[in-house]
Design a binder for this molecule. Structure first.
Ligand code: ADP
Length: 985
């Protein structure tokens, strides 16, 4: 409310009315003190002549300390007055001074001591002395702000009273109304302009007046306040329920001045209340019917209100459940309490709707499952939370759920069990099939002849992968059966092949052999039947299985497998391991059998070699002296002996020749047996060849008076066999000579052949005594003469044995058909060939000639030098004797190869005779050196040997030999070959 500064207001008369002159002459301080004592106003006085301003205490209290002398006091006032009002006041005062006005009234705003503007309503007395001179200005001001506030407050109160919907009235203690607000008037049916002259008793019905007058008013007078329910009476006569408050108001002296009453119409509230009660009852009924319990927890006072059949649910009644949330928590199952508290905290924090399940203990003991569902609210001030919701007993449901879950779980468990069983069964079947496959494969490898060592390693690999073990070994028993040797091993940290393990309880393998059956060890650390090896323990192995590798008479070894994990080896694991062992048994036994056969063969071969060696040496040793005998016999023949001597020489010669052929035959047999008989198969024309053989034998046949018959085969075209011509000759001559020898006087020998498809059969039939069937089997054994040894017929019993050997080596057959007293037919079959015989590939004849290439015609007058390198003194002397009658030849001799080489280089001989067997180096080596030395390489060399050289001839020719001579020398043959080589023939 903005004052109108300086406007003239209706002034209340001051209580003082001194004359201006009196006042002007007064002392300022006294005047101010006086005025202060009689008014509540702010007073100040300005003594113009003394230039002094005096303020009363109220002024100082309201506006603060101010300077007391003029003009500082005036400046202070100006600085505090509202600038808008200041100009107006100046005008006012200037006018007053100008016209000599003595009184001014105005309003203005000024800052109080709290620097807030207050409106002062002021009256100024401008006092003059008798001469009209201004003596003093006395100003009395009143702070209008407080009054304005009081007036405003009252107006507001009145407005509130008038605006309120409650009945507000005031009455004297005696019961006469003097104020009723608008709402009150309406309530009791009073019109607005109707004068208010009512007794309190008139506005209440009779029964209510009883309360009002006997209880309410006396209580209010006594205590200052009464509250209760009464009723009001409307002008139309109807009464209605009200709540009523009475207040007594006392005066300064303590007596009750009046009584005020605030009355509220309860008609609607009552109805609502009734409705609410009805609703509450219905609500409660509904809750009870639902079997749920409603709760309402107030977080401020921790109280919980319940509705519904609490007792039925918990067993406790409302009284027993008193104690708020803490009491409720006592019932909760300890296991569920943490999650309950957590949910409460969460709901308080998030204010989300909540739902949780927990167990509480019923008064009777058992726990029941509760479901709690509800909402969170804040109180009106938004400070304290309330959780409101329902409890539902879900025990039965929970039990069903649990039972269902249990049933489900057990069903799932059973399904899982069955599935696992099925999987195990499938795996087992697969495993078994896998195992059988592996064993079968191993068996196949064994049969295919994989070396045993390799087979053992494969067996261990299979064992490791199939049984899924960490280590496995194959231990073989030593020959003395005293210990084991590791033959193969897999998975061990260190190679331990050839480690040895003891028998008996000293090792699992030993124990396996001892009890003669598989051993399964579930835990090696707990094993008491035997002692495990340090290696097994150090490797950290825990379970094992071992089986025997059985032999025919005794175990051959043990197969053993280990795992680092604890494992129970099943019977089928053992069975598998045993199957592998059985495969190995067969393989080991086969290896041993093969070993035995191999050793036997080696021994036989060794014996055979020794025999051949012996025979070869012996024949060499025999032939050397025989050579000398025959040689010197020939020399004797040359020296014109007497007839007696001729006969003796003839005997010696015959005996020597016989002995020589015998030696040669023995040598051949030994070569055949050793598989070393050198053969040169070539196409041989059969008719031509047989006729040639007959011619050779003819002198013998003639001597025995036996006819020789050749029967040509019916076959058209050439008949040829593939055979070594010389050896076949040997066979044919043997058969023909036998036919002649074992014939009867006047008998005959018939030779025939016939075509038998892929082979040709040659038959020699005689008319002799025949051979008894029981003797035929022995016919082809060496040195077997079947009684002929006691007759005049010469023979050694080697011929047929050698012949069969030769024919067999030529891929043919030799056999006999014989009838006692009628004669025998010996037949030979040989593979047929259609190739034509080639003369050029013929091997040189045994007593060969020198190569024509080196033979040049020598100068007849010149002495020719022959170097003979030979270690046998007898042979040297023989050749000396042969050449001594021939002065055109000079003989040089050397008994060692080295010396021979030196002599050759020194003397440049015309011919070198070189023996194959020399003490310092082999004859072929001497030949090689001769031919590689340009000084002597052109000199022809004839190789000399007591051995039939056979397959070596070609090689020697290739090395550069011109030809060869076989000892013993036949004199004429010797000279012919030598002269040919020297180019003298
Ligand atoms: P050898 O004639 O030197 O005794 P063989 O090996 O040629 O040796 O013959 C072995 C033996 O077989 C002869 O000793 C002889 O008893 C017998 N035999 C060989 N050929 C005939 C034959 N044609 N008729 C009867 N017996 C024969």
């Amino acid at each position: 409310m903005k004052p109108e500064p300086g406007s003239a207001t209706a002034l209340h008369p001051l209580e003082l009315s001194p004359t201006e002159a009196v006042l002007a002459s007064c002392d300022g301080a006294e005047l101010v003190a006086l005025l202060s004592a009689v008014t509540h106003d702010l007073v100040w006085d300005w003594d113009v002549q003394a230039r002094q301003v005096i303020y009363n205490e109220r002024f100082i209290a309201a506006l603060g300390e101010a300077p007391s002398e003029y003009p500082a006091a005036h400046e202070w006032w100006k600085s505090r007055a509202h600038p808008e009002d200041l100009a107006h006041l100046k005008k006012l005062y200037d006018a007053a001074f100008a016209v000599g006005q003595s009184f001014l009234a105005y309003r203005y705003r000024i800052l109080n001591r709290e620097d807030r503007y207050v409106t002062l309503e002021s009256r100024a007395n401008l006092l003059r002395d008798a001469s009209g001179q201004l003596v003093r200005v006395l100003v009395i001001s009143r702070d209008m702000s407080e009054r304005q506030r009081a007036e405003q407050a009252q107006a507001r109160l009145t407005r509130i009273l008038e605006a309120t919907t409650d009945f507000v009235g005031m009455a004297s203690p005696e019961g006469t109304c003097f104020y009723i607000n608008e709402a009150g008037r309406k309530m009791i049916g009073l019109t607005e302009d109707e004068p208010l002259s009512l007794a309190v008793a008139q506005i209440h019905p009779e029964w209510a007046n009883e309360i009002v007058f006997k209880e309410a008013i006396p209580t209010a007078i006594r205590d200052g306040y009464w509250k209760g329910e009464t009723a009001l009476l409307h002008r139309d006569g109807h009464e209605f329920p009200v709540s009523q408050v009475l207040l007594s108001h006392t005066g300064v002296d303590g007596t009750v001045e009046f009584i005020s009453s605030i009355i509220r119409d309860l008609s609607d509230r009552k109805r609502e209340e009734i409705a609410r009660i009805e609703w509450a009852n219905r609500y409660d009924a509904a809750i009870r019917a639902s079997g749920q319990v409603l709760f309402d927890w107030n977080s401020f006072n921790n109280e919980v209100t319940y509705a519904g059949d609490l007792e039925r649910m918990f067993g406790y009644n409302l009284v027993e459940m008193e104690g708020g949330l803490n009491r409720f928590r006592q019932l909760i199952h300890p296991d569920d309490l943490p999650s309950f508290d957590e949910q409460v905290q969460k709901t308080l924090a998030t204010r989300d709707p909540f739902q949780l399940e927990f167990r509480i203990q019923h008064k009777n003991g058992p726990y029941i499952y509760l479901e709690e569902k509800g909402y969170f609210f804040l109180d009106r001030r938004g400070q304290f939370g309330r959780m409101v919701g329902f409890f539902a007993d879900i025990t039965a449901q929970k039990k069903d759920q649990l039972a269902l879950a249990e049933a489900h779980e057990s069903l799932e468990h059973r399904v899982a069990q069955r599935t696992a069983e099925l999987a195990r069964a499938t795996t087992a079947i697969e495993d078994r099939a896998h195992q059988q496959e592996a064993v079968a494969e191993l068996g196949q490898r064994a049969l295919s002849g994989v070396p045993l060592g390799q087979l053992m390693e494969q067996a261990l690999k299979i064992i490791r992968s199939i049984l899924r073990v960490d280590c496995c070994s194959l231990l073989a028993m030593t020959i003395d059966s005293q210990q084991f040797v590791v033959r193969a091993q897999l998975g061990w940290p260190d190679a331990q092949n050839d480690n040895r393990f003891p028998m008996g309880t000293g090792s699992q393998s030993g124990y396996t052999v001892m009890i003669g059956q598989p051993v399964v060890v579930d835990d090696i650390l707990k094993e008491r039947r035997f002692v495990s090896s340090r290696l097994v323990l150090n490797t950290g192995l825990r379970s094992s299985v071992s089986v025997l590798i059985e032999g025919e008479t005794k175990p051959l070894g043990v197969l053993i497998a280990f795992t680092r994990d604890l494992r129970k080896f099943a019977p089928h694991d053992v069975h598998f391991l045993q199957s592998v062992a059985n495969v190995l048994t067969a393989a080991i036994q086969r290896e041993r059998a093969e070993e035995t056969v191999r050793m036997a063969r080696e021994q036989a071969e060794e014996a055979s070699r020794a025999k051949s060696e012996f025979l070869s040496r012996m024949s060499h040793e025999l032939r050397t002296p025989l050579n000398a005998i025959l040689g010197f016999t020939q020399l004797l023949e040359l020296e014109e002996p007497t007839p007696n001597q001729i006969e003796s020489v003839q005997h010696i010669s015959n005996a020597g020749k016989h002995l020589l052929s015998l030696i040669n035959e023995v040598l051949d047999i030994s070569r055949i047996e050793a598989g070393r008989l050198a053969l040169t198969p070539e196409p041989v024309d059969v008719p031509e060849f047989l006729q040639g053989s007959l011619e050779i034998i003819r002198p013998l046949a003639t001597r025995h008076g036996i006819d020789l018959i050749f029967e040509a085969g019916p076959t058209a075209g050439p008949v040829r066999v593939l055979a070594d011509r010389q050896r076949l000759q040997q066979v044919m001559l043997n058969l023909l000579s036998n036919g002649v020898k074992y014939n009867r006087p006047g008998g005959h020998v018939k030779v025939s052949y016939r075509d038998e498809g892929p082979q040709i059969r040659i038959s020699v039939t005689d008319t002799g005594l025949g051979i008894a069937p029981e003797k035929v089997a022995r016919l082809f054994l060496p040195f077997e003469r079947l009684g002929a040894e006691s007759t005049d017929v010469a023979g050694s019993g080697i011929g047929l044995a050698l012949s069969r050997g030769i024919v067999t080596a030529l891929h043919g057959q030799l056999n006999v058909e014989s009838r006692v007293d009628e004669g025998s037919t010996f037949w030979v079959t040989l593979p047929r060939t259609h190739e034509a015989p080639i003369a050029s590939i013929r091997a040189p004849a045994p007593a060969s000639s020198a190569s024509p290439a080196v033979a040049e015609k020598a100068d007849p007058g010149k002495t020719q030098v022959i170097l003979y390198i030979e270690d046998q003194d007898l042979n040297l002397r023989l050749v000396e004797r042969i050449l001594s009658p021939k002065p055109q030849y000079r003989l040089l001799t050397a008994m060692q190869g080295g010396l021979g080489l030196d002599l050759a280089r020194e003397h440049q001989p015309d011919l070198i005779l070189l023996d194959l067997n020399l003490p310092d180096m082999a004859g072929d080596e001497v030949l090689r050196r001769l031919k590689s030395d340009p000084r002597v390489s052109a000199i022809p060399v004839l190789m000399v040997s007591a051995d039939a050289m056979g397959d070596r001839v070609e090689e020697l020719i290739r090395l550069g030999a011109s030809g060869y001579l076989t000892k013993p020398y036949k004199l004429t043959e010797f000279m012919r070959v030598v002269e040919e080589a020297l180019g003298n023939s």
